[in-house]
Design a protein around this ligand. Structure first.
Ligand SMILES: [Zn+2]
Length: 402
């Protein structure tokens, strides 16, 4: 009874999210001060041309820029930069900047939002990282941290992502395929987080995609972004889960098995395994009986007697029963000691197991080394994408609104 009610709620939620999550506009404006302030204050979750990047959660942050001004969430002009914000105690903080030449202190509460905008890019620094980035900067208290969110246009965001996801010296068609994959990943992730009411769309780390701002801009990667402007990969008219990894080792992995938790029940037949032109680097790792037992403790309480190799699966024999675990999941359980999900193994629970594999990374979706090799042999970015994501179309985002 309880289960069926849960199932019903889940189905209703799924229906609602698929309705809300669908984009309805793609509007970019000029980076004027008034427009930048509206980007934050009048944020429209249906506009996928704007992306909210969580630069990080910090104890202290410093923002500067050319003619930097600071506003509150209700558009009141508070002061002018440079702006320094720090946490003072639990759920409290303080911001310092100047107002009419005098140093002004603004106490922060969870309700206070600070919006910094400048003419040109802003410089944001924390003790760990710094960015030079276009768009507006929102700072707000989040528990015992300051959340710093950069509101900017998707295309400019991508210019600060692509050079960190693929070497800028690689062939242009591979970089263009990477730009489309990164754009699609961003749109898909943004729509999902917006449907859940989150205050940001993507993280600036490997958790989503590494974003370093304008420091990283390179002419080749900018060209890859500009020449594919607005293009995303879709399946049956919806943006795909555009996973990509460094080196699949000769064959990509089944995304529906590896990332079932990330797909939210949505079918992803375009993430089926395909052959890859790039053979991949080989690796070898020895895991002790202790390593194996420790890794499997998360899935079984029973004593592990041995492992056997069965295609894409690891069969775990325990005192009670046998478990079938996908090699990608097994890799995760070992704390990523295995370099990829493409491997074979031999051994015993007396001497340990020797794993021999190919590739680097989860292996789902586009293989970056494979994309490079295909581009070197004359493939276009569209051919590369259609090879790794079966049955997809590459379309302009605007086509989704009809
Ligand atoms: Zn590959």
């Amino acid at each position: 009874m309880l289960l069926s009610r849960k199932l019903l709620i889940f189905l209703v939620l799924l229906l609602l999210t698929s309705m809300i999550a669908f984009p309805t506009s793609y509007e970019e404006g000029p980076y004027s001060k008034g427009n930048l302030l509206s980007l934050v204050v009048d944020f429209n979750p249906k506009n996928v041309a704007v992306v909210r990047v969580l630069l990080g959660r910090f104890k202290r942050v410093y923002v500067d820029g050319y003619f930097l001004e600071v506003f509150s969430g209700d558009r009141r002009r508070l002061c002018e930069g440079p702006l320094s914000v720090s946490i003072t105690s639990h759920f409290k903080g303080i911001a310092t900047c100047t107002d009419l030449g005098k140093v002004k202190e603004i106490p922060l509460t969870p309700e206070t939002h600070l919006i910094a905008i400048s003419m040109g890019p802003s410089k944001v620094s924390s003790s760990r990282r710094s960015w030079k980035t276009p768009g507006a900067i929102l700072i707000k208290l989040d528990g015992n941290y300051l959340s710093v969110v950069n509101y900017l246009y998707l295309e400019e965001y991508l210019k600060g992502v692509v050079p960190y996801e693929m070497p800028p010296s690689w062939p242009l068609e591979a970089l263009k395929a990477q730009a489309v994959a990164a754009r699609t990943y961003t749109v898909k992730t943004a729509l999902w987080r917006r449907s859940k009411g989150k205050y940001f769309d993507v993280k600036s780390t490997v958790a989503d995609q590494v974003y370093h701002g304008m420091q990283g801009w390179r002419s080749s990667t900018n060209q890859a972004v500009d020449s594919t402007r607005g293009l995303i990969a879709t399946y049956k008219g919806k943006p795909i889960f555009a996973f990509y990894s460094a080196d699949c080792g000769g064959m990509t992995q089944d995304g529906e098995l590896v990332f079932s938790n990330k797909l939210g029940g949505e079918p992803a037949p375009y993430l089926k395994p395909v052959r890859c032109i790039h053979k991949g680097r080989t690796w070898e790792v020895l895991l002790s009986p202790d390593d194996i037992s420790k890794a499997l403790r998360k899935v079984t309480n029973s004593k592990v007697l041995g492992l056997s190799d069965s295609g894409p699966f690891v069969i775990v024999h325990t005192k009670k029963s046998s478990l079938k675990i996908h090699k990608a999941i097994f890799r995760k359980l070992t704390g990523y000691k295995l370099k990829s999900s493409n491997y074979h193994f031999k051994g015993s629970m007396i001497y340990g197991y020797r794993f021999k594999g190919r590739g680097l990374g989860h292996g789902v979706g586009m293989c970056q080394w494979g994309a490079r090799d295909m581009a070197l042999r004359g493939a276009s970015f569209e051919e590369i994408l259609k090879h790794y994501y079966s049955g997809i179309e590459v379309v302009h985002i605007l086509k989704l609104f009809r």
